[in-house]
Write a protein that binds this ligand. Structure first.
Ligand code: ADP
Ligand code: C5P
Length: 241
């Protein structure tokens, strides 16, 4: 009888804590990554879910770099503090709370206060270059690439950056031509091959988002089974797909 077996061997206070399910959502600028993440989160309302943005880990610009900001490539992997991002993700995976920097797109610097993020059942990491570093990829249980037409992305970016990020249209177009398009082709698009799921049309693709949520629910319920029957933990805990 399994109940007797469990009550003898594993009192509830010794149940192994959950290892969070980590999802990576990559794609070009303004492809709809954040929008897709928010749609996934709203469907997982009964779970503890946290969204982490790669943008939070941009290096702050020095005064010298700020004077020539038009020459700075924000779409290059070196623009991010990947070491810090990795240590935050590793801590979250271990069930620890972390402090995540708060990046300001107007001043190009991290500003106070930082954001405290509590441990969760699901961690979603979104950003243009989250599949670039193999150590980050290895932490992810599921990798999604949002594939949206470049013209649509540029149109959205002009709209967003002029309204929300304090830019003028000429800045946005110059930066796009000088760095954004080129880096997309050189660094971002080649990481699409690491994705488990590619979502064409981003947030417009409700079928893809429903299927992804179903998959996450299946994985989480397998994991809940581990809590109920901890003696099978090893078999189910790794979230392998
Ligand atoms: P990313 O996180 O990839 O930069 P966002 O999800 O922030 O992209 O979307 C960029 C902009 O485009 C936002 O202003 C958002 O409201 C808009 N947007 C995203 N997806 C759609 C969509 N399917 N239809 C219309 N506008 C969208
Ligand atoms: O939200 P999204 O994925 O579009 O954010 C990444 C984009 O933000 C990059 O394409 C980069 O050019 C832009 N960026 C910027 N200014 C900064 C930091 C990032 O324009 N200070």
């Amino acid at each position: 009888n399994i109940d007797t077996h469990l009550s003898l061997q594993t009192p509830s206070e010794h149940v192994t804590p959950k290892v969070p399910f980590i999802i990576g959502v990559a794609g070009g600028t303004a492809s709809g990554k954040t929008t897709v993440c928010n749609m996934i989160i709203s469907q997982l309302h009964d779970q503890r879910v946290v969204l982490v943005h790669q943008d939070s880990f941009y290096h702050s610009l020095s005064d010298e770099q700020l004077q020539n900001v038009q020459d700075y490539n924000f779409d290059h992997p070196d623009a991010f503090d990947t070491g810090l991002m990795l240590s935050c993700l590793e801590a979250l995976k271990l069930g620890q709370a972390v402090s995540i920097p708060n990046y300001d797109f107007k001043s190009h610097k991290s500003i106070e206060p930082a954001r405290m993020v509590n441990p969760s059942d699901v961690i979603i990491l979104e950003g243009i270059l989250i599949f670039h570093d193999p150590r980050l990829r290895d932490l992810m249980n599921m990798k999604i690439f949002v594939d949206t037409d470049s013209d649509v992305r540029l149109a959205r970016r002009i709209q967003r950056d002029t309204v929300e990020r304090g830019r003028n249209i000429q800045n946005v177009l110059d930066q796009y031509a000088k760095f954004v398009k080129r880096s997309f082709e050189e660094f971002i698009l080649p990481t699409m091959k690491y994705a488990d799921v590619i979502i064409p049309r981003g947030a417009d693709n409700e079928v893809a988002i429903d299927l992804i949520v179903q998959h996450i629910r299946t994985k989480l319920s397998q994991h809940d089974l581990c809590k109920i029957y901890p003696n099978v933990f090893v078999i189910y805990s790794t979230f392998q797909t």
